[in-house]
Design a protein around this ligand. Structure first.
Ligand SMILES: N[C@@H](CCC[C@H](N)C(=O)O)C(=O)O
Length: 261
């Protein structure tokens, strides 16, 4: 037994092993250890793993995110909401308080109201590529967004994997979102996630990219309800002079269980 204390959280079905690493006991360079903990058969199981650490720059805490392949990765929107819930449960921040924490893509403001209403401010987006009716942007993580008529029929794994590995996105690769417009203010999204190398039930940075792409495709709109396989989220933003600012991702973040492994 390793004797690692962990908690398990999920945000709209995107699930994470979360560890309080304020004392720096966890060997974060150990790729095999992280991928073992994320393994659904031999470990705890999760789409990713997060470490909550003290922020040397003085925000409430530092979020470090690892994909289930064991590698430290770019920003995770659902993980961000889950680590906010974890910080509330640890007593680091209070319910209803507006606070800031640091992550790989910089400072994020956040508010936890209850397990269904966790708000996370995302980075501004001002560079968006548009080709062949698909969009590409970085919302903290890189995202290709393709619009389809019926997302239930999309070949998320087959087509997603092929776009993820295409020469266009080499060498880093990309996450791939398939989006169906439901109305002028609602979309349905399914995502193939890089680093998990499979479809996940939700991807927060992907949902943000999809809402921004929907606004561009529709010629307007700054509030979107988003349905994903694992639940519902909401994205709001402002769009001024080709720049998307004040971007908020709102959705659930729920404690599942905790243990020692
Ligand atoms: N699940 C995430 C995205 C995590 C990062 C992604 N897999 C990548 O490597 O880019 C989310 O909710 O945003």
């Amino acid at each position: 037994m390793l004797h690692i204390n962990f908690s398990k959280y999920q945000g709209a079905g995107n699930d994470f092993v979360v560890i309080d690493n304020r004392d720096k006991h966890f060997d974060s360079a150990n790729v095999q250890l992280v991928s073992f903990l994320c393994d659904r058969r031999f470990g705890v199981g999760g789409d990713g793993l997060m470490l909550l650490e003290n922020d040397p720059d003085g925000s409430a805490f530092l979020m470090r995110y690892f994909n289930s392949d064991g590698r430290e990765a770019s920003m995770c929107g659902n993980g961000g909401r889950c680590i906010i819930a974890f910080a509330v449960h640890l007593g680091i921040v209070n319910v209803g308080e507006l606070f800031a924490f640091n992550a790989v893509d910089g400072l994020h403001e956040a508010v936890y109201l209850d397990e269904n209403h966790v708000s996370l401010k995302m980075i501004d987006v001002d560079t968006i590529e548009h080709a062949d009716d698909a969009f590409f942007m970085n919302t903290g993580s890189p995202h290709h967004v393709a619009f389809v008529d019926d997302v239930a029929k999309a070949d998320v794994v087959g087509e997603g994997r092929s776009i993820r590995h295409s020469s266009r996105y080499a060498p880093g690769g990309t996450n791939v979102n398939f989006v169906q417009l439901l109305s002028s203010a609602a979309i349905r999204v399914r995502t193939f996630e890089r680093g998990v190398e499979d479809e996940t039930l939700a991807c927060g940075t992907g949902v943000v990219a999809s809402a921004i792409a929907a606004s561009l495709k529709l010629g307007g709109g700054n509030e979107f309800d988003v349905k994903v396989e694992g639940g519902d989220m909401r994205v709001t933003f402002q769009h001024v002079n080709h720049r998307f600012t004040n971007v908020w991702l709102i959705g659930p973040a729920k404690f599942v269980f905790k243990g020692v492994i």
